[in-house]
Design a protein around this ligand. Sequence first.
Ligand code: BDR
Ligand code: CA
Length: 328
Amino acid sequence: MLDPKMPRTFLIDTDTASDDAVALIMALRSKEIRVAAITVVAGNVPIAQATNNALYSAEICNSEVPVFAGAATPLLRELTIADWFHGKDGLGEHGYAPIKRRAESTHAVDAIIDTVRANPGVEIVTLGPLTNVALALSREPSLAKSVKRCIIMGGNPCCEGNVTPAAEFNIWVDPEAAHVVFHSGMNIEMVGWHLCRGEAALSLKDIEHVLALKTPLAEFAIRCNSLAQEAFFRQTGERGISLPDPVAMAIAIDPKLCTSASQHYVEIETASELTRGKTVVDRLDVTSDVRNRAVWAQARANQPNKIHICWTLDIAAWKSALYSALSS
Ligand code: BDR
Ligand code: CA
C-alpha cells in the first residue's frame, strides 16, 4: 500500500530539447513528486546531445537525479531529428552545456526496468519517442502492471499532426515502439499535441510575464525556446511558445488540469507511409460494430485495455503551474 503522505515517484523518459527541458524543471522543482530517474532517448536531437541537455536541466535545478542514456535509434527505422525546430543543440543554440553532471553507466532500458521494479506504483512520463519504454516492456512485459500511470506526450487524437498531416512527432519517429507501448496493457494517459496550441501556448504577454519573474530558470525557459518560437510560427502561423512536454508534465503532476477525458481503443499506424504514426482513436466505439469487424477485430483484440485520452486543458491552471515552477 502506498503511503499517501509520501511524494509520488516519477520516472521521466525524454529526448531532451527545449520544451522537454522546461518539463524537467517543472518536475524537479515540484514538492509533490520525487523523480527517481531520467531516461533519455534519441528524438529531437541525437542521444548524446539529448543526454547532455537532460544533465544540464538537472544541473540548473540543483538536482542529483540520475540520468541514463538510452536508445540511439528507433526500433526499426532511421532516426529523424527535429533540429529544424529546436536548434542544432536542441536548446536554441545558446551554448548550454552541463559543467559537473555526467550520465550513469547503466543503459536507460535497464534503468527503466530496475526503477519500476524498485518502485511499484511509479508514474512514468514520456516526453519523446517511445523506444526506451518499448524495449523495457518487450524485455519485461510484467512491468506494465507495476506502473500506476504512464502519461504520454504524443499523438494527435482529434486533429492535424505537426510532422505530417497525420502524425505528431513523438509517435511518428518510432511508430513501432508506440505500437508496443499502446498494446502493453499499461494504464496510459495520452496528452496529444492539440493541447499545447491556441490559448495554451505562451502568448507574447505570457512570455513577458515569465521574464518578469527575473529568475535564472524563467530566463532559461524562454531563451532555450527562442528558435522553437520562430519554428512554431512558421509551422502554424501562431505566435508564442508552444510547450507540449510541459503541458503533459503539468497534467502528470496534477491530473485535475485535464478537464475532459474519455477512454478509447487506439491503434498506431505502422504500415502506411502516408499516415505513418497516426494515432487512430475509436472515439465513437465503432470497432464494436459488426460491420467493422473484418478489419478492426484483430486490432481491438490485441489491445488489452483502453487508452485514457485527455481532450481539454485548464489553461489558466496550467500556466499558473508553469509560473510557479519558474518563480524561484
Ligand atoms: C513533441 O515533439 C518534440 O519536438 C517535443 O519535444 C515534444 O515532445 C511535440 O510533438
Ligand atoms: Ca520531447
